[in-house]
Design a protein around this ligand. Structure first.
Ligand code: SF4
Length: 413
């Protein structure tokens, strides 16, 4: 397998297929990879990725009629199908979305469309699971490419988290520890959270979730899953904790690599997980862009590392980032630290503002970009023929407890 020192393995390179035809990238201060590209969706490489085969023939990526075919299939299906597009999704796919948003907003939108018997989720696996949990039993959720996972969600498996809870029991701290799990986690982790009377949170309401866990819920500490950076940044910046209040539980080490005393004295037990996209930004990226762009406002997502968040001017969720850029006066300059598809769309929407990407290196979410036009057309045309492909159906027992944790989030004060 060829390893690209910048982008990772071959499966990641496939997503660069969007780069060659994108003149807007120069404006953002990033450069396309000079390496050869894989054709997305044509076969899989089990050695390097969780690839899947698509039953039937996937349309060729170069087929010039893909947009026409998608439009025709969507029109034939009418209100029976509802297409959700995550903010990080590629342009050609998001053009077919009935609604765009972050993962939770999209799941809520799906639940608000009971007339749609099929929801096509142009996002990643955990988002489609959440949509399945929140929608009615008569609705099916389709993920056009099952290989569209999330590296962060994959960093916490159900078995690892059960082991961690056993470690907390052994240390005598489980009874007053409250699990708080980021939306970006599998249905199994959400169910674990519900079983232990915890809550889900998003990057918009993480502070309220922690306030609830330490306040009304009466916890002495929180087990925060699976993104250590969102947990740490929220605890320190919004609850006034210090680094010393946080410990990192490493699932690959016995006991998480922590002593009983460390577990007992911690207020935040942070899972050792991170987003492979937002984790790429560094303090050097911030320093470099400040030197390059006069009067720039550095605006980053809280999934970024602590050193990036402390060096930034503004920190907030995807929806917050969009609202700040939208509301800024003409002539403003922003360096944005989040997924590149979103940053590029913001730049195109605001030609009167300077909007650059926080890093010089291309930084798409590789798994999100697995959802491409061939897979969307393939899923839509199958529905027209009366077939449902790539349905995401969460086990009912898992769904019950995951829903409990999601409902707790909805009830946060
Ligand atoms: S951007 Fe990060 S957290 Fe979001 S889907 Fe991609 S890998 Fe997961």
């Amino acid at each position: 397998m060829t390893i690209n020192p910048v982008l990772g393995n071959d499966s990641v390179l496939g997503n660069d297929s969007v780069l060659g035809s994108d003149p807007g990238l120069d404006q953002l201060g990033v450069a396309p990879s000079p390496l050869a590209l894989l054709l997305l969706g044509r076969g899989s490489d089990p050695a390097s990725e969780r690839g899947v085969d698509c039953p039937g023939d996937l349309p060729a990526a170069a087929d010039p009629s893909l947009a026409t075919r998608a439009a025709a299939a969507k029109a034939a299906l009418g209100d029976r199908v509802f297409i959700l597009g995550h903010h990080y999704q590629r342009d050609d796919v998001i053009a077919f979305a009935d609604v765009t948003g972050d993962s939770f907003k999209l799941a809520q939108q799906a639940a608000a469309r009971p007339q749609a018997d099929t929801i096509i989720f142009c996002g990643v696996h955990f988002m489609a699971e959440s949509a399945d949990i929140l929608t009615g039993p008569h609705q099916r959720v389709v993920l056009p490419d099952l290989a569209a996972g999330c590296s962060m969600a994959d960093m916490a498996t159900a078995e690892q988290v059960e082991q961690a809870w056993d470690d907390l029991l052994d240390a005598g701290v489980a009874t007053d520890t409250v699990p708080v799990s980021y939306m970006n986690s599998s249905a199994a982790i959400k169910a674990f959270t519900g079983r232990h009377d915890g809550t889900i949170c998003t990057s918009s309401n993480a502070r309220r979730a922690l306030d609830w866990a330490f306040g009304e819920r009466g916890g002495a500490r929180v087990l925060f899953l699976p993104d250590q950076h969102l947990g740490r940044n929220t605890a320190i910046d919004e609850l006034g904790m210090t680094d010393a209040d946080c410990v990192v539980y490493d699932p690959r080490r016995p006991g998480g690599g922590l002593t009983h005393r460390q577990l007992r004295e911690a207020k935040m037990i942070l899972w050792r997980g991170h987003c492979s996209v937002h984790g790429r930004f560094t303090r050097a990226s911030v320093d470099e862009v400040r030197a390059r762009v006069p009067d720039v406002t550095v605006l980053v997502h809280p999934e970024c590392q602590r050193e990036v968040v402390t060096a930034a001017d503004l920190v907030g969720s995807t929806e917050y980032i969009i609202s700040v850029v939208d509301a800024a006066p003409a002539g403003s300059a922003f360096a944005v630290g989040t997924e590149l598809n979103l940053v590029r769309r913001l730049a195109l929407r605001h030609p009167d503002k300077t909007i650059v990407f926080l890093d010089r290196t291309v930084c798409f979410c590789s798994t999100m970009n697995r959802i491409d036009m061939p897979h969307l057309v393939w899923a839509l045309e199958a529905l027209v023929r009366g077939e449902t492909v790539n349905q995401i159906a969460v086990d009912p027992d898992v769904a019950t407890y995951a829903r409990k944790a999601l409902d707790q989030m909805l009830a946060l004060p």
